[in-house]
Design a protein around this ligand. Structure first.
Ligand code: DX5
Ligand code: ZN
Length: 219
C-alpha cells in the first residue's frame, strides 16, 4: 500500500501560496489537495479553475481536486483541462453517480467518490469496483479547522474490509481534522491518503509536514 499526505491549501496563506506549496513539496509530499466549494452543496465558497491552472504551471505535485459542488458532472472536463489529476465528487451531490464516475474516467482523470460523515459506506456498494479512491469525510465538509468526528474511523475500517474482501487495494482518503493525534488511529483503520489543512499550513509548514509524513512511514 502506498501512503500519501495531501496538504489542503484551503488553510494556506493565499498571499504566499506559491512559496508555501514549495515548502510542502520540499518536505517530501507528492500530492496537493484542492478544495472547490460552490456555496450550495456546502455553505462556503473557495476557489476554482484559474487558481488550479496557475498552480499547475508551477508545481509537479499530483493535483487532488475535491469538488464540494452540486452536480459536479457539469465541470469534469473543465477541471481536467485546468490540471486536475484526480477528481473526487460527492455521492450526495450526484443524481447519476455511475454516469459521473464514467465521465471522469473517460476524460482521462482518476475518479474518487466522497461521503459525508452521515452517509453510510453501503451507498457505494455498486461502484466500489470502478472508483480509484473513496474519500471518507471525517468532518462535515465546508470549512477547515474542524474537529475530527470519531465515528468516521469505523467507516474507514468497514470500507477497508470490504475492499479486502473484493481483493482490491483501492485508496481510502480521509479529510477533516487530521492531525498528529488523529492520524495514527485512522491509519490503523485502513486509510492511506491523508488530507491535512490546518495541521500542515498553520505554524511551521516544513516541520508540520515532516511530522505527519513520519507517522505514515511507521506503518
Ligand atoms: C473541508 C475540506 C478539507 C479541509 C480540511 O471541507 O474538504 O479539505 O481543508 O481542513 P483541516 O485539515 O483543517 O480539517
Ligand atoms: Zn477536502
Amino acid at each position: 500500500m502506498k501512503y500519501e499526505l495531501s496538504p489542503s491549501i484551503l488553510a494556506a496563506d493565499f498571499n504566499r501560496l506559491g512559496e508555501q506549496i514549495k515548502k510542502v513539496e520540499e518536505a517530501g509530499t507528492r500530492w496537493l489537495h484542492f478544495d472547490v466549494m460552490d456555496g450550495i452543496f456546502v455553505p462556503s465558497i473557495s476557489f476554482g479553475m484559474p487558481v488550479l491552472a496557475s498552480l499547475k504551471k508551477e508545481t509537479s505535485l499530483f493535483m487532488d481536486v475535491h469538488l464540494m459542488i452540486t452536480d459536479p458532472g457539469r465541470y469534469v472536463d473543465t477541471f481536467m483541462n485546468n490540471g486536475a489529476d484526480m477528481l473526487t465528487v460527492h455521492a450526495e451531490a450526484c443524481t447519476h453517480l455511475d454516469r459521473t464516475i464514467a465521465q471522469i474516467k473517460e476524460a482521462g482523470c482518476r475518479a474518487g467518490v466522497a461521503l459525508n460523515p452521515a452517509t453510510p459506506v453501503s451507498v457505494l456498494e455498486h461502484v466500489l469496483d470502478t472508483v480509484d479512491m473513496v474519500l471518507i469525510m471525517t468532518v462535515n465538509p465546508g470549512f477547515g479547522g474542524q474537529k475530527y468526528i470519531p465515528y468516521c474511523t469505523r467507516k474507514v475500517a468497514v470500507l477497508r474490509n470490504e475492499f479486502d474482501r473484493r481483493g482490491l487495494d483501492t485508496d481510502i482518503q480521509v479529510d477533516g481534522g487530521i492531525t498528529t493525534d488523529t492520524l495514527p488511529e485512522v491509519l490503523k483503520a485502513g486509510a492511506n491518503i491523508f488530507v491535512a489543512g490546518s495541521a500542515v499550513f498553520k505554524g511551521d509548514i516544513t516541520k508540520n509536514a515532516k511530522e505527519l509524513l513520519e507517522l505514515m512511514e511507521h506503518e
